[in-house]
Design a binder for this molecule. Sequence first.
Ligand code: CS2
Length: 493
Amino acid sequence: MTSYKLNNQNLSRFEGEVSIPQYNRNNVKTGIVHVGIGGFHRSHEAFYTDQLLHDESNADWGICGVALLDFDAKIYNTLKEQDGLYTLVVKELDGTLTKRVIGSIVEVLYAPEDPKKVIEKMASPDVKIISLTITEGGYNYNEATGEFNFENPLVQHDIANAEAPKTIFGYLTQAFKLRKERGLKGCTIQSCDNIQGNGHMTKKMLLSYVGVAEPALVAWVEEHVSFPNAMVDRITPATSPSDISSLKETSGIDDAWPVVCEPFKQWVIEDYFSAGRPSWENVGAQFVPNVEPYEKMKLQLLNAGHSVLGILGALMGYDTIDEAANNPSVNAFLRAYMGREVAPILSDLKGVDLESYEVSLLQRFGNVYIKDQIDRICSETSAKFPIFILPTINAQLKLDGHIEHAALVTAAWAIYSLGSDENGKAINVKDVMASVLNKKAKESKNCPTTFLEIESVFGKLKDSKLFAEAYTSAYKDIVKHGVEKCVLEMNIN
Ligand code: CS2
């Protein structure tokens, strides 16, 4: 089939093949600056917003996508060439594909090229919301101290070079400074990352930074900026070359970076927006007074479940999450982890139905069309573990409760960090802490608990005798018998 480059000029050619924006993108003004224009933002917030823009009264809520890191040059260039357009391909449970061109990103900026432009955009009076998907690690939180990490060289760079920052904290500080100087209103900072109390975390980290970099601005931020917490959810694997070629062949869309995702989506947000917000509730988002139950449920079941499948699956030599989820022993292990270790500590949460949530998760993880990469799930586990798994362990330890499944997963992660799977195939550990993890993993061969000494990940976990024993015994069993046999044994006992 003849294909055409995806851009404004060619957009109408795709009408009929796929859904395309039925609104005039030229009339859409930027009301949201979003930092981090990877797959998840484009399958989630940008998708919700695109649906909303079909009602002309919402035309003030277009998105300016900001690529913050050097590493983001490719997505910036792609979206720039495609006038912000991209295709969202939803892989339905029966394997059919629902395709839609998304038009809500109406501008894109590349921060390393022109930091001033990004700061000005963030300070624009039209911009009411600055939303973020900067990953768990992007918040610069240290698990060991519970505080902002000022030792990060990028943070030190920003303190010394205020006007050409590199971190989100440097950018926001400069933008707020301009807003204050110009007598403008504040705005909302909306985190869309998988962190418990993501709004509170953003506020705490930002104010720590501002307190050192620009102390006179602290009171202004406290008064004029709001930080609603939110739970965000939609499984969005990395786009594969075959996703790109099949879109071209079957629909004639030459899109250099489409986004693929599952059909399920959820967005639960606290309604604290200091300068107004779009009516996302009209397109499926939920506004609630307190998002904590939803966040806990999602982080400790879905995200932790992903890490369990990812770490065990990686050692077993699997490539995708569905392979691990559809292995009966691993599946039973995950169900036992959720039922015995996570559910009891979430049992007093009001407003959520845990059992049906767990059932739906197993179905989502097992979706064979999604092919979510184990590699993606295991990336940056050092930032994910403290958020997804550690809170469950700590809560169980307080109750003298069950930690055996979590201990096995932790032991499997220590072995994973040695860098090869059980068949001797190399594992590419993608983690900012990869070298520390590998060093500790090597030392753990003789004394397994050495791995638990990484305080910025595990806090004081190594001091728990109960955990250390379960972990050490799981470590030795995995080395001796392999993951599959160990999880099978656990299911029997
Ligand atoms: C995943 C998440 O990165 C991870 O470890 O668990 O990206 C997950 O797919 C999303 O949070 C789903 O909403």
